[in-house]
Design a protein around this ligand. Structure first.
Ligand SMILES: [Zn+2]
Ligand SMILES: [Zn+2]
Length: 245
């Protein structure tokens, strides 16, 4: 079995990650990955690529999607011949990033379903915008274990329909397994709906240190297979290709 590419990793250029790009590449080769993508700006790719010629290294950005900031994202896109953009929603208001542990108290003043609603509305807008190849960690609000009791299926449906329409993929992000929710992003339910709608997938560890590269990919691959998937996407200069896994 060929492991899928790890398309979501951060380097110290993000300021909250450790290890040099070359260390991430080394780890990727050790565990048998053939392709990775740095999803922040990484001018050190050349060194990593020189040292590990057998590994395909893509250059990408994880971009925060904020409604009204689309022109800025287009400006970023024009700066470099990127391989792909991951569009992620972290903010549900100007000041609250739902994944920020410093802002955990915000959850006490909000109804979980309301947060889910705002989050998935923004995610649908991100998918619809055509600015991204991949939507990051699709059900991030579950990170700390908050879950609405109401049925969220209509929210998921609307988001996935937008992704299908604009041809954008969703990622299986294994970082959720390392958080309180102890679950891959997105949930099995969302992934099954995504497969039914024909939304393509990618895989990402969201590594913030070299040891996390490709982490729990076997589990992610099983989940994807159980949902019906046999192929994932790879991107070069923002062009998509499907590869069996
Ligand atoms: Zn993110
Ligand atoms: Zn990330």
């Amino acid at each position: 079995m060929q492991l899928p590419a790890d398309y979501h990793m951060h380097t110290p250029l993000c300021r909250h990650a450790t290890g040099e790009p070359v260390d991430y590449a080394k780890r990727a080769v050790e565990i048998g990955l053939t392709e990775i993508g740095f999803s922040d700006h990484s001018p050190m790719r050349q060194d990593a690529q020189k040292e590990f010629p057998q590994l395909t290294i893509r250059l990408a950005l994880e971009v925060d999607y904020l409604p009204g900031h689309e022109d800025w994202i287009r400006e970023l896109a024009a700066l470099h011949p990127w391989d792909y953009f991951i569009g992620s929603v972290h903010y549900v208001s100007d000041s609250w990033a739902i994944d920020d542990p410093q802002k955990l108290s915000e959850w006490k003043t909000r109804d979980s379903f309301e947060v889910w609603q705002i989050y998935f509305e923004r995610l649908a807008m991100a998918a619809e915008s055509g600015l991204f190849e991949i939507i990051g960690h699709a059900d991030l609000p579950k990170k700390f274990g908050h879950r609405p009791t109401r049925d969220c299926t209509p929210l998921y449906e609307k988001f996935l329909a937008a992704a299908k329409k604009s041809g954008c993929a969703i990622e299986l992000n294994t970082a959720g397994l390392r958080k309180d929710c102890k679950e891959i992003y997105p949930s099995r339910e969302i992934l099954q709906l995504a497969f039914q709608k024909g939304v393509p997938i990618t895989f990402g560890s969201d590594a913030h240190k070299p040891e996390e590269v490709g982490m729990n990919f076997a589990e992610a691959v099983s989940l994807a297979r159980e949902a019906g998937y046999t192929e994932s996407c790879r991107f070069a200069k923002r062009k998509r290709q499907s590869v069996k896994f």
